[in-house]
Write a protein that binds this ligand. Structure first.
Ligand code: AVJ
Length: 324
Protein backbone atom coordinates (compact mmCIF):
# COMPACT_ATOMS: atom_id res chain seq x y z
CA UNK A 1 0.00 0.00 0.00
CA UNK A 2 2.69 2.41 1.04
CA UNK A 3 4.91 1.39 -1.83
CA UNK A 4 2.09 1.83 -4.30
CA UNK A 5 1.40 5.33 -3.01
CA UNK A 6 5.02 6.34 -3.38
CA UNK A 7 5.08 5.14 -6.95
CA UNK A 8 1.80 6.68 -8.00
CA UNK A 9 2.42 9.56 -10.36
CA UNK A 10 0.11 12.37 -9.38
CA UNK A 11 -1.29 13.67 -12.65
CA UNK A 12 -2.13 17.08 -11.17
CA UNK A 13 1.45 17.53 -9.92
CA UNK A 14 2.84 16.57 -13.32
CA UNK A 15 0.58 19.10 -15.02
CA UNK A 16 1.56 21.78 -12.49
CA UNK A 17 5.28 21.11 -13.13
CA UNK A 18 4.78 21.25 -16.89
CA UNK A 19 2.78 24.49 -16.73
CA UNK A 20 5.29 26.16 -14.40
CA UNK A 21 8.14 25.21 -16.70
CA UNK A 22 6.35 26.35 -19.86
CA UNK A 23 5.33 29.66 -18.27
CA UNK A 24 8.78 30.52 -16.90
CA UNK A 25 10.62 29.32 -20.00
CA UNK A 26 8.91 31.81 -22.29
CA UNK A 27 11.32 34.06 -24.20
CA UNK A 28 9.35 37.26 -23.54
CA UNK A 29 7.01 37.89 -20.63
CA UNK A 30 7.23 35.06 -18.09
CA UNK A 31 3.89 33.95 -16.70
CA UNK A 32 2.13 31.64 -14.27
CA UNK A 33 -1.59 30.85 -14.47
CA UNK A 34 -3.77 32.45 -11.81
CA UNK A 35 -5.56 29.13 -11.37
CA UNK A 36 -2.53 28.01 -9.36
CA UNK A 37 -3.12 30.63 -6.66
CA UNK A 38 -5.69 28.45 -4.96
CA UNK A 39 -3.85 25.85 -2.90
CA UNK A 40 -5.04 25.71 0.75
CA UNK A 41 -2.87 28.72 1.73
CA UNK A 42 -3.89 30.72 -1.35
CA UNK A 43 -7.58 29.95 -0.81
CA UNK A 44 -7.32 31.13 2.81
CA UNK A 45 -5.55 34.31 1.66
CA UNK A 46 -8.29 34.94 -0.91
CA UNK A 47 -10.90 34.60 1.85
CA UNK A 48 -8.93 37.25 3.77
CA UNK A 49 -8.79 39.53 0.69
CA UNK A 50 -12.55 39.25 0.37
CA UNK A 51 -13.04 40.90 3.77
CA UNK A 52 -10.47 43.68 3.20
CA UNK A 53 -12.12 47.12 3.12
CA UNK A 54 -10.30 47.98 -0.14
CA UNK A 55 -11.58 44.88 -1.98
CA UNK A 56 -15.32 45.33 -2.42
CA UNK A 57 -15.84 42.75 -5.17
CA UNK A 58 -16.93 39.73 -3.14
CA UNK A 59 -19.23 41.73 -0.87
CA UNK A 60 -20.83 43.41 -3.89
CA UNK A 61 -21.43 40.03 -5.53
CA UNK A 62 -23.08 38.73 -2.36
CA UNK A 63 -25.13 41.90 -1.89
CA UNK A 64 -26.66 41.84 -5.37
CA UNK A 65 -27.43 38.15 -5.19
CA UNK A 66 -29.09 38.58 -1.82
CA UNK A 67 -31.13 41.62 -2.90
CA UNK A 68 -32.37 40.10 -6.15
CA UNK A 69 -32.59 36.40 -5.33
CA UNK A 70 -36.38 36.30 -5.39
CA UNK A 71 -36.58 38.30 -8.67
CA UNK A 72 -34.18 35.82 -10.17
CA UNK A 73 -36.16 32.84 -8.89
CA UNK A 74 -39.29 34.21 -10.54
CA UNK A 75 -37.53 34.59 -13.92
CA UNK A 76 -36.06 31.13 -14.42
CA UNK A 77 -37.98 28.15 -15.81
CA UNK A 78 -39.04 25.09 -13.80
CA UNK A 79 -38.23 22.28 -13.21
CA UNK A 80 -34.64 23.31 -12.78
CA UNK A 81 -31.16 21.87 -12.19
CA UNK A 82 -28.63 24.34 -10.80
CA UNK A 83 -24.91 23.95 -11.63
CA UNK A 84 -22.22 26.21 -10.30
CA UNK A 85 -18.83 26.60 -11.98
CA UNK A 86 -16.45 26.73 -9.02
CA UNK A 87 -18.30 26.05 -5.79
CA UNK A 88 -16.59 28.76 -3.75
CA UNK A 89 -17.62 28.58 -0.12
CA UNK A 90 -21.31 28.27 -1.00
CA UNK A 91 -22.02 31.42 1.00
CA UNK A 92 -23.36 33.69 -1.74
CA UNK A 93 -25.07 30.85 -3.60
CA UNK A 94 -27.16 30.21 -0.53
CA UNK A 95 -29.40 33.24 -1.22
CA UNK A 96 -30.29 32.03 -4.69
CA UNK A 97 -30.84 28.43 -3.66
CA UNK A 98 -33.08 29.41 -0.74
CA UNK A 99 -35.26 31.52 -3.02
CA UNK A 100 -35.51 28.75 -5.61
CA UNK A 101 -36.32 26.13 -2.97
CA UNK A 102 -39.24 28.21 -1.74
CA UNK A 103 -40.87 27.51 -5.11
CA UNK A 104 -39.88 23.85 -5.62
CA UNK A 105 -37.22 21.31 -4.58
CA UNK A 106 -33.88 21.91 -6.32
CA UNK A 107 -30.84 19.79 -7.17
CA UNK A 108 -27.59 21.72 -6.99
CA UNK A 109 -24.34 20.53 -8.62
CA UNK A 110 -21.25 22.51 -7.58
CA UNK A 111 -18.47 21.75 -10.12
CA UNK A 112 -15.02 22.15 -8.66
CA UNK A 113 -11.59 20.51 -8.92
CA UNK A 114 -10.75 21.03 -5.24
CA UNK A 115 -12.30 18.33 -3.02
CA UNK A 116 -11.78 20.55 0.06
CA UNK A 117 -13.82 23.38 -1.50
CA UNK A 118 -16.58 20.93 -2.46
CA UNK A 119 -16.75 19.57 1.07
CA UNK A 120 -17.05 23.02 2.66
CA UNK A 121 -19.72 24.03 0.15
CA UNK A 122 -21.69 20.87 0.95
CA UNK A 123 -21.41 21.65 4.68
CA UNK A 124 -22.50 25.26 4.19
CA UNK A 125 -25.62 24.31 2.21
CA UNK A 126 -26.61 21.12 4.02
CA UNK A 127 -29.42 22.81 5.96
CA UNK A 128 -31.25 24.48 3.08
CA UNK A 129 -34.76 23.00 2.99
CA UNK A 130 -35.64 21.14 -0.20
CA UNK A 131 -32.08 21.23 -1.54
CA UNK A 132 -30.10 18.22 -2.79
CA UNK A 133 -26.36 18.92 -3.17
CA UNK A 134 -24.31 16.71 -5.50
CA UNK A 135 -20.63 17.69 -5.72
CA UNK A 136 -18.92 17.12 -9.08
CA UNK A 137 -15.13 16.91 -8.85
CA UNK A 138 -14.28 17.86 -12.43
CA UNK A 139 -13.15 20.71 -14.66
CA UNK A 140 -15.87 23.27 -15.37
CA UNK A 141 -16.75 22.15 -18.89
CA UNK A 142 -16.38 18.40 -18.29
CA UNK A 143 -18.52 18.66 -15.18
CA UNK A 144 -21.14 20.73 -16.95
CA UNK A 145 -21.32 18.25 -19.84
CA UNK A 146 -21.78 15.43 -17.36
CA UNK A 147 -24.61 17.15 -15.50
CA UNK A 148 -26.29 18.26 -18.75
CA UNK A 149 -26.16 14.71 -20.12
CA UNK A 150 -27.92 13.33 -17.05
CA UNK A 151 -30.85 15.73 -17.01
CA UNK A 152 -34.40 14.52 -17.61
CA UNK A 153 -36.29 15.86 -20.60
CA UNK A 154 -38.11 19.08 -19.89
CA UNK A 155 -35.75 20.04 -17.06
CA UNK A 156 -33.87 23.30 -17.58
CA UNK A 157 -30.38 24.19 -16.43
CA UNK A 158 -29.35 27.29 -14.51
CA UNK A 159 -25.57 27.68 -14.65
CA UNK A 160 -24.00 29.98 -12.05
CA UNK A 161 -20.64 31.58 -12.84
CA UNK A 162 -20.14 34.09 -10.06
CA UNK A 163 -17.42 36.18 -8.44
CA UNK A 164 -16.04 37.62 -11.71
CA UNK A 165 -13.95 34.51 -12.31
CA UNK A 166 -14.78 35.18 -15.98
CA UNK A 167 -12.48 38.22 -15.73
CA UNK A 168 -9.43 35.96 -15.37
CA UNK A 169 -9.73 34.69 -18.95
CA UNK A 170 -7.67 36.52 -21.58
CA UNK A 171 -9.73 38.71 -23.89
CA UNK A 172 -11.51 36.54 -26.46
CA UNK A 173 -11.13 33.55 -24.14
CA UNK A 174 -14.12 34.75 -22.12
CA UNK A 175 -16.28 34.61 -25.24
CA UNK A 176 -14.90 31.23 -26.30
CA UNK A 177 -15.57 29.87 -22.83
CA UNK A 178 -19.18 31.09 -22.83
CA UNK A 179 -19.65 29.61 -26.31
CA UNK A 180 -18.53 26.24 -24.95
CA UNK A 181 -20.93 26.62 -22.03
CA UNK A 182 -23.70 27.49 -24.50
CA UNK A 183 -22.99 24.32 -26.50
CA UNK A 184 -23.88 22.17 -23.50
CA UNK A 185 -27.20 24.00 -23.08
CA UNK A 186 -30.55 24.01 -24.87
CA UNK A 187 -32.69 27.08 -25.66
CA UNK A 188 -34.34 28.42 -22.53
CA UNK A 189 -31.50 27.33 -20.21
CA UNK A 190 -29.98 30.14 -18.14
CA UNK A 191 -26.59 31.45 -17.14
CA UNK A 192 -26.14 33.84 -14.23
CA UNK A 193 -22.84 35.65 -14.70
CA UNK A 194 -21.19 37.79 -12.02
CA UNK A 195 -18.73 40.36 -13.44
CA UNK A 196 -16.78 43.22 -11.92
CA UNK A 197 -17.26 46.54 -13.72
CA UNK A 198 -14.82 49.33 -14.61
CA UNK A 199 -14.38 51.82 -11.81
CA UNK A 200 -12.04 54.67 -10.88
CA UNK A 201 -8.35 53.79 -11.16
CA UNK A 202 -7.44 54.60 -7.55
CA UNK A 203 -10.20 52.33 -6.30
CA UNK A 204 -9.00 49.47 -8.50
CA UNK A 205 -5.35 49.88 -7.58
CA UNK A 206 -6.14 49.93 -3.86
CA UNK A 207 -8.25 46.78 -4.24
CA UNK A 208 -5.33 44.87 -5.76
CA UNK A 209 -2.57 46.41 -3.63
CA UNK A 210 -4.03 46.76 -0.15
CA UNK A 211 -1.72 48.49 2.34
CA UNK A 212 -1.80 45.55 4.78
CA UNK A 213 -0.17 43.44 2.09
CA UNK A 214 -2.73 40.63 1.99
CA UNK A 215 -2.93 40.72 -1.81
CA UNK A 216 0.87 40.82 -2.00
CA UNK A 217 0.98 37.67 0.17
CA UNK A 218 -1.66 36.04 -2.05
CA UNK A 219 0.42 36.79 -5.14
CA UNK A 220 3.76 35.72 -3.60
CA UNK A 221 2.20 32.50 -2.33
CA UNK A 222 2.27 31.11 -5.86
CA UNK A 223 6.09 31.06 -5.57
CA UNK A 224 5.85 29.50 -2.10
CA UNK A 225 3.59 26.84 -3.59
CA UNK A 226 6.18 26.06 -6.27
CA UNK A 227 8.75 25.72 -3.48
CA UNK A 228 6.48 23.39 -1.51
CA UNK A 229 5.25 21.22 -4.34
CA UNK A 230 8.14 21.27 -6.78
CA UNK A 231 11.06 21.65 -4.32
CA UNK A 232 12.05 24.98 -5.85
CA UNK A 233 14.22 27.56 -4.09
CA UNK A 234 12.42 30.85 -4.77
CA UNK A 235 13.46 33.43 -2.16
CA UNK A 236 10.17 35.26 -1.67
CA UNK A 237 11.96 38.28 -0.21
CA UNK A 238 13.64 38.85 -3.55
CA UNK A 239 10.35 39.34 -5.38
CA UNK A 240 7.76 42.06 -4.97
CA UNK A 241 4.08 42.33 -5.70
CA UNK A 242 3.02 44.70 -8.50
CA UNK A 243 -0.55 45.61 -9.46
CA UNK A 244 -1.19 47.82 -12.48
CA UNK A 245 -4.07 48.70 -14.74
CA UNK A 246 -3.73 47.92 -18.43
CA UNK A 247 -5.88 50.55 -20.16
CA UNK A 248 -5.85 48.73 -23.49
CA UNK A 249 -7.34 45.53 -22.12
CA UNK A 250 -9.22 47.19 -19.23
CA UNK A 251 -7.63 44.71 -16.85
CA UNK A 252 -5.83 44.82 -13.56
CA UNK A 253 -2.62 42.85 -14.02
CA UNK A 254 -0.70 41.36 -11.14
CA UNK A 255 2.98 40.63 -11.53
CA UNK A 256 5.86 39.47 -9.33
CA UNK A 257 8.97 41.59 -9.91
CA UNK A 258 12.47 40.27 -9.36
CA UNK A 259 14.32 42.76 -7.15
CA UNK A 260 17.74 41.58 -8.41
CA UNK A 261 19.34 39.28 -10.97
CA UNK A 262 18.85 35.74 -9.70
CA UNK A 263 18.64 32.08 -10.67
CA UNK A 264 16.00 29.73 -9.30
CA UNK A 265 16.10 25.93 -9.44
CA UNK A 266 12.89 23.91 -9.74
CA UNK A 267 13.98 20.27 -9.37
CA UNK A 268 10.61 18.62 -9.92
CA UNK A 269 10.15 20.52 -13.14
CA UNK A 270 13.76 19.65 -14.07
CA UNK A 271 14.37 23.27 -14.74
CA UNK A 272 16.43 26.35 -13.87
CA UNK A 273 15.29 29.87 -14.57
CA UNK A 274 17.08 33.20 -14.57
CA UNK A 275 15.61 36.58 -13.76
CA UNK A 276 16.97 40.00 -14.65
CA UNK A 277 16.62 42.82 -12.12
CA UNK A 278 13.15 44.29 -12.60
CA UNK A 279 11.88 41.41 -14.74
CA UNK A 280 8.35 40.28 -13.89
CA UNK A 281 6.25 37.13 -13.86
CA UNK A 282 2.71 37.91 -14.96
CA UNK A 283 0.41 36.03 -12.59
CA UNK A 284 -3.10 37.36 -13.16
CA UNK A 285 -5.37 39.48 -15.34
CA UNK A 286 -8.64 40.62 -13.88
CA UNK A 287 -10.74 42.17 -16.60
CA UNK A 288 -13.14 44.99 -15.69
CA UNK A 289 -16.26 44.97 -17.86
CA UNK A 290 -18.69 47.62 -19.00
CA UNK A 291 -22.44 46.94 -18.91
CA UNK A 292 -22.64 47.18 -22.71
CA UNK A 293 -19.72 44.80 -23.13
CA UNK A 294 -21.55 42.14 -21.10
CA UNK A 295 -24.58 42.43 -23.38
CA UNK A 296 -22.33 42.08 -26.43
CA UNK A 297 -20.68 39.06 -24.82
CA UNK A 298 -24.11 37.45 -24.36
CA UNK A 299 -25.02 37.99 -28.01
CA UNK A 300 -21.62 36.76 -29.23
CA UNK A 301 -21.99 33.48 -27.38
CA UNK A 302 -25.58 32.53 -28.16
CA UNK A 303 -27.42 34.13 -25.25
CA UNK A 304 -29.88 36.94 -24.76
CA UNK A 305 -29.21 39.17 -21.76
CA UNK A 306 -32.58 39.16 -20.03
CA UNK A 307 -31.76 41.18 -16.93
CA UNK A 308 -28.87 42.94 -15.22
CA UNK A 309 -28.63 43.82 -11.55
CA UNK A 310 -25.90 46.25 -10.58
CA UNK A 311 -24.45 47.05 -7.18
CA UNK A 312 -24.20 50.81 -6.77
CA UNK A 313 -21.77 50.81 -3.89
CA UNK A 314 -19.13 48.81 -5.78
CA UNK A 315 -19.91 48.66 -9.50
CA UNK A 316 -20.54 44.95 -10.05
CA UNK A 317 -23.05 43.30 -12.40
CA UNK A 318 -25.05 40.13 -12.13
CA UNK A 319 -26.36 39.32 -15.64
CA UNK A 320 -29.05 36.76 -16.41
CA UNK A 321 -28.37 35.23 -19.83
CA UNK A 322 -30.93 33.01 -21.57
CA UNK A 323 -29.76 30.51 -24.20
CA UNK A 324 -31.37 31.23 -27.57
C1 AVJ B 1 -11.50 35.64 -7.49
C2 AVJ B 1 -10.76 36.02 -9.70
C3 AVJ B 1 -12.45 37.40 -8.78
O1 AVJ B 1 -9.72 38.74 -10.00
O2 AVJ B 1 -10.40 39.95 -8.34
C4 AVJ B 1 -8.28 38.95 -5.77
C5 AVJ B 1 -8.91 37.12 -7.50
N1 AVJ B 1 -6.86 38.54 -7.31
N2 AVJ B 1 -7.23 39.77 -5.60
C6 AVJ B 1 -10.08 38.88 -8.83
C7 AVJ B 1 -8.04 38.18 -6.87
C8 AVJ B 1 -6.37 39.51 -6.53
C9 AVJ B 1 -10.22 37.65 -7.93
N3 AVJ B 1 -11.21 36.68 -8.48
Amino acid sequence: MLLENTLTIDAAAVQFAADVRAGLDRPGQKELSSKYFYDPVGSALFEAISVMPEYGLTRADERVLRQHASDLASMVPAPLLVCELGSGSGKKTRWILESLCRLEPVSYYPIEISPAALASCERELAQVNGLTVVGVERDYLDGLREVAARRKEGTHLLVLFLGSTIGNFDSEADRRFLQSVRQTLVPGDCLLLGADLVKPLNQLLAAYDDPAGVTAAFNLNILARINRELDADFNLRQFEHVARFNEKTSSIEMHLRSKKPQTVTIPRAEFMVQFREGETIWTESSHKYSVAELKTLAAASGFHCKEQWIDQEWQFAESLFIAI
